[in-house]
Design a protein around this ligand. Structure first.
Ligand code: URP
Ligand code: ZN
Ligand code: ZN
Length: 462
């Protein structure tokens, strides 16, 4: 057998195994894993001293997304380049159905955003905001096209929020055709009242974004969404879990035997509500939803990752520049575009805190950033593992490389870092997506247009 590329001298790390072997790549896929693979003119990548792992998969991103009168600052090219630098080779972005639109229009709009720009592979979830037309009947069609997950919001009244009846009907339809329901779980109407009261009292600084969205209202909405899902007979995935209350609701549903999953995002593992004590308007850098919590919630989230109460770590990457975007809310926190930049930093931060922090193994790290996302979202085993026949999405990971995160050196198209000054240990050195090199010795060598749409399979119980 002839290989185009052989990765030698590394330690293969999957979600289940750690072993020394070579990987032979032909075309876009892994052709063989073994020892003493015949070189026969193949390009050799030397992974000595490094882990060789499946590419990271970020299942929660918002590239080029309209929000709060502006657009998230990374598009499918800049966001993908930053992702690749961080070891992420695939992501699933949210296409939005605006009120009155068909779901088809939403997906087509997002296909156009990615066309010609994509560097890594990408899929779409569909945010459903309105069922007043034929949208319910479109869901099976979306599933056939490989858009197999629907997101519903219990928050943002008047923008994205849907009522419980809409949620329940969508869940029943999803159950019939194997779509996975994702939920942004916060009690929007109650939060709206707290926000109006804060504004009326002149409490307008960024910190009130957090203080008007208490964790109890995330816990309540999470439990409600999971209960509705159980009755509708659908699998439910709770996005961006930030707190003990919501984590406990996911855990309880899983213990009841429900098909329930939860993710947290890397910022909730590293940052807490004291970020809002930054001087002046700096706190706006940390305005995203749900908000940062008191520090003790972090230990609950790390523990949930250890115990599999939460199964995925993603980013909710939704960057807005501090100057020119976040400052739309300079005098009123309700006008600050919600979201933060993280697509580049997920793997290095999770490896630093999780593996070097002694909380879990490198295998569990791979599981959380790649394998579970692939399994839950219908991409496995094409993606999310290293096996013959799988896409050659491969990261050569130096477990000991130390860096300091900074907006001065990151590749996200945004003027600040949420993680400025944090020291990390573990970094992507070389990154391949379907056999093509995107990052070589920490330098980008890919090009726009290389990334492909991933048609995903329906949810299957994992
Ligand atoms: O603040 C956030 N998270 N912005 C993106 C939209 C969402 O709620 O996921
Ligand atoms: Zn959300
Ligand atoms: Zn989001």
């Amino acid at each position: 057998m002839n290989f185009e590329t052989i990765i030698k001298n590394g330690t293969i790390v999957t979600a289940t195994d750690t072993f020394a072997a070579e990987i032979g790549i032909t075309g876009e896929t892994i052709a063989a894993i073994g020892r003493g693979l015949p070189v026969d003119g193949a390009r050799i990548i030397d992974a000595a001293g490094c882990m060789v792992m499946p590419g990271g998969i970020d299942v929660h991103t918002h590239l080029d997304m309209p929000f709060g009168g502006t657009f998230s600052a990374d598009d499918f090219e800049s966001g993908h380049i930053a992702a690749a630098y961080g070891g992420t080779t695939a992501h699933v972005d949210f296409s939005i159905q605006f009120k009155g639109q068909s779901l088809h229009t939403a997906i087509e709009t997002w296909h156009k955003k990615a066309a010609g720009k994509a560097v890594i592979d990408y899929g779409f979830h569909c945010i459903v905001t309105d069922l007043s037309g034929n949208q319910l009947n479109e869901i099976p069609e979306l599933v056939k096209q490989g858009v197999t997950s629907i997101k519903l919001f219990l928050a943002y009244p008047g923008v994205f929020m849907v009522d419980d009846a809409t949620i329940f009907r969508t869940m029943q339809q999803a159950a019939k055709c194997g779509a996975l329901i994702m939920v942004h779980a916060e009690n929007g109407p109650a939060i709206d009242i707290l926000v109006k009261q804060a504004v009326a009292a002149g409490q307008l600084s960024p910190k009130f974004h957090a203080l008007t969205r208490p964790p109890e209202l995330e816990g309540e909405a999470t439990a409600r969404a999971l209960t509705l899902g159980e009755i509708a007979g659908t699998a439910v995935y709770i996005v961006h879990v930030t707190c003990q209350q919501a984590k406990d609701a996911v855990r309880a549903a899983r213990q009841r035997g429900a098909r329930a999953h939860g993710e947290t995002c890397i910022q909730y593992l590293y940052l807490d509500i004291t970020s809002f004590d930054a001087p002046g308007f700096e706190g706006a850098k940390y305005v995203f939803t749900p908000p940062l919590r008191p520090k003790w919630h972090q230990a609950e989230l790390w523990d949930a990752l250890v115990k599999d109460d939460l199964q995925v770590v993603s980013t909710d990457h939704c960057p807005f520049n501090f100057k020119g975007q976040k400052d739309l809310g300079k005098d009123d926190f309700t006008k600050i575009p919600n979201g933060g930049p993280a697509i580049e930093d997920r793997l290095t931060l999770l490896y630093t805190g999780g593996v070097h922090g002694g909380r879990f193994s490198a295998n569990r790290f791979v599981d959380l950033v790649s394998t579970k996302p692939a399994k839950i979202f219908g991409m496995y085993p094409r993606k999310g593992t290293l096996a013959p026949g799988s896409d050659a999405d491969i990261v050569i990971w130096d477990p000991n490389e130390e860096r300091t995160i900074s907006a001065r050196t990151h590749h996200m198209r945004v003027d600040y870092s949420m993680f400025e000054g944090i020291r990390t240990k573990g970094a992507a050195k070389t990154v391949l997506c379907r056999g093509k090199t995107l990052i070589e010795n920490s330098k980008f060598v890919g090009r726009a247009g290389m990334g492909k749409f991933i048609a995903r399979a329906p949810y299957s119980n994992i």
